[in-house]
Structure formats: C-alpha cells, structure tokens
Design a protein. Structure first.
Lengths: 209, 209
C-alpha cells in the first residue's frame, strides 16, 4: 500500500488518523497542494480528480475519497473496529459520519474556500476552476458555528460521538473542530460534554498527526 | 422496522430502491414535506433534523441519513450485497457513492434549491432557514452537467458503476440522473456506455419506485 497525503489538508488528516488508530504504518508520499502538485500529469494519473487523500492498495487500486480509504482499511484490517461491528453500531457511525461531513467538514470548507485569497477560483476541490461566492463564506461560517454548538447534543450521555467506543465518528468530529479553529471558531465555553470529549480525543497519539 | 419516506424526495428514493433490491417489505409512512409535516413536533421527535429518509429499527433506533439506513440494511440483511463483500469492492463502492453524492446529488440539490420559489429560504435541508443564492443555482447546474458527462468515464468497460454487479453506486447514479431531469439536464447523446447503463438499471423493477 501507499498513502498520498498532504500535511495541511483536513481531508487527508481523516485518513492519517484512521491509519494510526489501526496501528498500521503505510509508506506515505506528501503531495504539495500549495504549489499545485495535485494538478501535475503525474498525480492526475494516480487520481484524475486531483485531490488527496489517495490510498493505493497492493493490487494497484487507487481510492480517492476518505470514505473509500476508510472502508478498505476497515475491511482489510478489522481490528480495532472503527466503523462498527453490529448492524446498529455500523449504522449509527455511518449516520454520524455523514452528518458531520455535511454539517461540519463541508460547512468549514465552504467558509474557508470562499473567502481566502489562496483559494481564488478554487471554491470547490478538483480540477475545474470554481469562483468564490462571498455570501457562501458567510453561510459556511454560520453553519460551522451551528455544527460546533451541536456536538454536545450528538454526544448526549455517551463517552464518544457514536456510543461508548472511539470510532471514525470521533475522528471526523475532531478534525472538524480543529478545521473550524482555522476560521477562529471554537466549541462553546458552556458545551461541557463537548469540551471534555475534545480533551480526551485530542490527547490520543493519533491526534498529533 | 418502519420507513419514513417521501415519494418525491431523491434522498428517500435512494433508500426505497435499496429496500426493494434487498427483497424486503418494510411498513412505510409517507411524510408530507410539501405541507411541512417534517417540521411538526411529532416528526421532529423522530428526526430532530426534520429530513427524510428515516429508518426506525426494531430496537427503536432512528437512522436519519441514506448512509445510515443503507449500512444498517446491508449488515442486517447481507443478501444480495449492495455495498460490496471484498475489501476492494467495498472500497470502490464507497468511493463511487461518495463521489456521486458530492458531484451529483449535492450539485443537483444546489441548483434546484437555489432557484425554485418553492425552496425559498430552504436552500439547504433542515430546520434552519437558509437563503437562496442565485449564483449557486448556476454553479449547481454546471456541476450537474459535468457529473452527467462523467458517467461514461466512471463506467469504463464495466457493466455497472462499480464493476460487474449492480450495487448501491448504481442506485445513487440512477437517482441522480433522474433528479437532473428535473433541471432539464440529460445524459449526453454521445455517452453511449452511460445511455446503455441507464436503460438497463432503469428497467429494473426497483427503479419504478
């Protein structure tokens, strides 16, 4: 296997942490997004979408989404389970991950990519230029703030985002909280359960990656 | 189990077709989105996000995303597999589904919800009003068109979207092509493989649902 990563990209951090939590060491190649390496013919031969993360499997398959990479690693290396084992757990984790991807990751990306000069004409990932829309930056900020406020409720009385074990739902929630930090947004001070959850997951060795 | 559906919503059609392909019959309750039934206290007690689909499992869990519903049904009723069996198949299907959700479903929703009067202040699903952004309607149309043009390439030399069997990737691609039809967008005439794939999947009994 080989992992194509970018140290600063939240999308590939999702897979980096997952790999570490599985106890795997996979040869990793850094892709220099800042200098457009993802647009090069060499990288486009690996991933025509020009995005990270990419996981190259031993039979040469290129997985080009977090979901694809996670699912491969979970199926090939079941322990410890990060996507659930029983139907109920698997479903709850899938539900939470989808929700956090939409309300958290997409929202923060919407805010960042529509306001930063560095993302001019790159309001969406990929190879086709997409113009920034200032209203969307505002909308993304408001959505990200609402997401941060929702974490206490997602936790309820559970230790982790999808029950009593650490799962991929915690990985995506952690990455989103840190991503929101780039926008200077934080967990509400009075979100006591969310604060305590964050301290716990951020202290795991994988979170340093 | 109980399934909360809405006959006109592409999101719940994704689950409706999946249920039919599994050969299951699940008691179904129609939710009248047009008249705001999803905003009622009764429905919000079932799904606080105010969206369909919702699958209520026999132990009372409410799954509120297509991903959650699909994963539950696949784990509880493995045959026929729609989310893959080998790690490589599971991963490819997850990759394709994520990609089509982003480039197809999200794009078409962006176009529709930002231009139709019926979606005024409902540019995103959920309970919080979100204003329409006309530029986003244009962007969504262009993205949906690009998605339709991409299907031939996704198929390559395969019979189906993720290889040689019908899977959930075909379900989401089919639903997206039909959703794009609401925007008067079609598969390109010269997309021969995509046209032939569409005829085949649209002829399945589940596609009539």
């Amino acid at each position: 296997m080989k992992f194509y990563d970018c140290a600063t990209a939240p999308s590939s951090r999702l897979v980096r942490i997952f790999i570490a939590e599985k106890g795997l060491e996979i040869p990793t190649q850094e892709v220099d997004l800042r200098h457009g390496e993802h647009l090069s013919p060499e990288f486009r031969a690996i991933n025509p979408y020009g995005t990270v993360p990419v996981l190259e499997t031993d039979d040469g398959q290129h997985l080009t989404s977090t979901q694809g990479c996670w699912r491969y690693l979970e199926a090939a290396f079941p322990e410890p389970p990060l996507l659930g084992t029983t139907p109920a757990d698997q479903a709850l984790i899938a539900d939470r991950v989808w929700r956090i991807d939409l309300d958290g990751v997409h929202a923060a990306a919407e805010a960042l990519r529509n306001r930063s000069r560095g993302f001019k004409d790159r309001a969406l990932t990929g190879l086709v230029p997409v113009a920034q829309i200032p209203e969307l930056a505002e909308r993304g900020l408001a959505r990200t703030q609402r997401f941060l406020e929702s974490i206490d409720g997602l936790l309820g009385d559970s230790e982790y985002i999808a029950g009593d074990s650490f799962t991929a739902a915690d990985i995506i929630a952690l990455v989103t909280v840190d991503f929101a930090g780039w926008l200077k947004l934080k967990l509400p001070e009075d979100a006591v359960r969310a604060q305590s959850w964050y301290e716990k997951v951020a202290a795991r060795p994988s979170a340093a990656l």
